[in-house]
Design a protein around this ligand. Structure first.
Ligand code: MG
Length: 345
């Protein structure tokens, strides 16, 4: 099996602010695997604060390409993907790109979309939230109006309490839709965090994602005991082996292909989370429709989806899963369900 890769820069439609930084683009790497005249597509999206780059991805993918060239049977996902994971530590987005491309190739070779191979009902794909970054109240009001078709708004908080309250007030000037909050580890004091969560609970907020720094599990457990809203782990849980540590600390987990190495492990995390009684959210980075459509294949299994990554970029190079009336709509195409657009950006 041949593997090729090409650096690509995702241009964001709006500057995107979270608790720790603001950015206008996301480095990515597009990946193709090819055999028997069939091409499988994959993608690594690498927000710089997570530590991967086009250079680290290129180095890892060179190594992977050499390994894949000797693979006899590309259908042996359970042999191939753990072996690629073991080539080097980290590199979770680069590994996800390979995992997605291999899934796409296998699905195309079988002539079936992955939701069908897994036996899932595409009608159960959930609504997706639309994410609003940290910004001025005026910009937040404008973005809330733009989010017209979405049934749920996700908002980034966590820089300071005054901005947090002003942001929620700005959304509530425009709409009474449910809101989910992502603090991105921004709340450092548990008493202050509790006061803010109690205030948010009275304003139609559904849950809080990663309220406190990822290593403060004791403080988060304290907060969870008192919080009127469910707490969902994002930065605290990257991969399958970390799911059990959320017991008693969080009510659910946010799974992202770019941090868990792809579809194979994401599905295992969903199974384990369910066995532990956790809620499951499926999230994303800013990504093209390639990685979003891959994640969307799993979406019938989760409680909440936040798969708006492709909507937030101006140079999507794929057509794939779409959002119709706020709901994820899975195409009937094989593999991860994408078609490459004619060369753009
Ligand atoms: Mg998050």
């Amino acid at each position: 099996m041949q593997l090729r890769f090409l650096p690509y820069t995702l241009a964001l439609k709006h500057a995107f602010g979270i608790a720790s930084n603001t950015r206008t683009s996301t480095p990515a790497m597009m990946v193709e695997v090819e055999r028997d005249g069939i091409i499988g597509y994959g993608e690594a999206a690498m927000p710089p604060y997570l530590g991967e780059s086009q250079a680290t991805a290129a180095a890892f993918l060179e190594q992977t390409a050499a390994w894949l060239a000797a693979v006899d049977d590309p259908f042996q996902r359970e042999e191939i993907l753990p072996a690629i994971d073991a080539l080097a530590p980290g590199n979770t987005a680069a590994k996800a790109a390979v995992d997605i491309a291999l899934h796409d190739w296998i699905g195309k070779k079988l002539g079936a979309p992955w939701y069908r191979i897994w036996g899932l009902d595409p009608q159960k794909a959930p609504v997706t939230s639309y994410t609003i970054g940290i910004d001025t109240p005026e910009a937040v009001r404008a973005k809330t109006r733009e989010a017209d078709i979405y049934k749920i708004i996700k908002v980034k908080l966590g820089r300071d309490a005054a901005t947090d309250r002003a942001t929620i007030a700005a959304i509530r000037d425009v709409t009474d839709k449910p809101i989910t909050v992502d603090a991105n580890q921004g709340w450092r004091d548990r008493d202050e965090a509790l006061r803010l969560i109690e205030w948010l609970a009275g304003r139609g907020v559904v849950f809080i994602e990663q309220p406190m720094p990822k290593e403060l599990l004791d403080d988060t457990a304290w907060l969870r005991e008192r919080s009127p809203l469910p707490l969902i782990a994002d930065e605290s849980v990257q991969r399958l082996a970390e799911v059990p540590k959320t017991r008693g600390v969080f009510d659910g987990i946010n799974i992202k292909l770019m941090k868990c190495t792809g579809l194979r492990e994401a599905r295992q995390m969903i199974v384990l989370a369910r066995a532990l009684g956790l809620k499951v959210m499926l999230g994303c980075m800013t990504e093209t429709s390639c990685a979003i459509s891959a994640a969307a294949q799993l979406s019938p299994l989760v409680d909440w989806a936040d798969l708006d990554g492709a909507v937030l970029i101006a140079n999507d190079c794929f057509d794939g899963a779409t959002i119709v009336d706020g709901r994820i709509t899975l195409p009937d195409r094989p593999g991860i369900g994408v078609v490459k657009r004619e060369s753009r950006g």
